[in-house]
Design a protein around this ligand. Structure first.
Ligand code: F6R
Length: 356
């Protein structure tokens, strides 16, 4: 049942600390800073990686691309339905990774079959044991999120991002100082998410913007997939117009849409060059009178330019986007709830999309 929650989605949002602990269990060694994923023991370090995925899982793939690139391995993410019709050539020793929560998405299966037909090695990252993708791929890693009933993906996205860190460390990482820091950030992640859940003010923030025209989400670097996911979740369950943008793209067109009736959710974590540039983009929307909600760990001065702040604890650059995502899940959930939407079974969306 829903264990006292109004919706499965809210229950599953709150299950994230547990889901992530399950996914991390037995896979982290804090002393050495090493990650071991038993299922990947027989997978070598790939020379290049292609991800294929749809929807939320595609956003996870975009996050995965950057992890591989940081590890020195060229990687690209493809929308599975595009890849299936004209796949990019996979070089020798290339690995094609299908990211699919359900393991049954027709577009993703078709892309993987296409890749396998051209001789690529394939790996499935999925939640469902015995799913079609798990049976068809050369290798499979499970994200161990537990069953997700809400049609809109929530905890499985967090589990995908966590698992991608484990996957990349396991295939391409080393026992370096950096790895030790990541391992300890991953260990702290369930507790950090719990803190976000306990202290969020998302419900009150949403009330300020009921009835507005459209909702925009911006981020840079690893916060770009989070912005895309924030907007996808928002449109799926609120039925309101929402768009996610790379923060730097706003000035190349979308600013035309920005008004006093289009709140902009800006994800700004850390205080590096990326954060500073995104703050520049925040000022651009502010100059057009748009309300700004900053989702931030407080390291930069973005709060000075924001009407509201959704705070997350300070953590590692890899885990900060996951905490920001939890705030955005709650934003979508509470807006949909205020609008009386059918949150667990939104219109025109199926839990697994089995047609191409
Ligand atoms: C988002 C959502 C869809 C799925 C997409 C892929 O909330 O539910 O966008 O993410 O259909 O599904 P899987 O991961 O099962 O391949």
């Amino acid at each position: 049942g829903k264990s006292g929650y109004d919706h499965y989605m809210l229950k599953e949002i709150h299950e994230q600390p547990t889901a992530l602990r399950q996914g991390l269990s037995g896979r982290l060694d804090e002393l050495s800073g090493r990650v071991t994923v038993e299922e990947l023991d027989d997978v070598g370090t790939p020379e290049t990686v292609h991800f294929v995925a749809c929807g939320t899982s595609y956003h996870a793939a975009l996050y995965g691309v950057e992890l591989f690139r940081e590890a020195g391995i060229p990687a690209q993410a493809f929308i599975a339905s595009e890849y299936a019709t004209g796949p990019a050539p996979v070089p020798e020793n290339g690995l094609v990774i299908g990211v699919t929560q359900s393991g049954e998405t027709a577009d993703t299966l078709a892309a993987l079959r296409e890749a396998a037909g051209r001789g690529a090695e394939t790996l499935a990252l999925t939640n469902v044991v015995g799913s079609t993708v798990a049976r068809e791929c050369d290798h499979v890693m499970y994200i161990r999120s537990g069953p997700e009933i809400g049609v809109a993906a929530s905890k499985t996205f967090s589990s995908q991002l966590t698992s991608l860190n484990l996957l990349v460390e396991s295939l391409a990482g080393g026992a370096t100082g950096d790895s030790r820091e990541l391992v300890s950030a991953l260990r702290d992640l369930p507790g950090d998410i719990q803190q976000v859940l306990d202290e969020t003010t998302a419900e009150a923030v949403v009330d300020e913007y009921l009835g507005d025209d459209a909702f925009f989400f911006i981020g840079r670097g690893q916060n770009f997939p989070v912005a895309l996911e924030g907007a996808l979740k928002f449109k799926e369950i609120t039925y309101e117009h929402a768009e996610g943008f790379a923060a730097g793209e706003l000035k190349h067109g979308p600013l035309a849409l920005v008004t006093a009736r289009t709140p902009v959710f800006a994800v700004v974590t850390g205080n590096d060059e990326r954060a500073r540039k995104t703050i520049g983009n925040v000022k651009e929307v502010e100059a057009r009178d748009a309300p700004v909600v900053a989702v931030t760990d407080g390291q930069s001065d973005v709060e000075r330019y924001a009407d509201h702040v959704l705070s997350i604890p300070e953590t590692h650059p890899r885990t900060a986007p996951m905490l920001a995502n939890v705030q955005l899940q709650l934003v979508s959930y509470h807006m949909a709830d205020r609008l009386g939407r059918s949150i667990d079974k939104p219109r025109n969306l199926a839990k697994s999309v089995t047609v191409e």
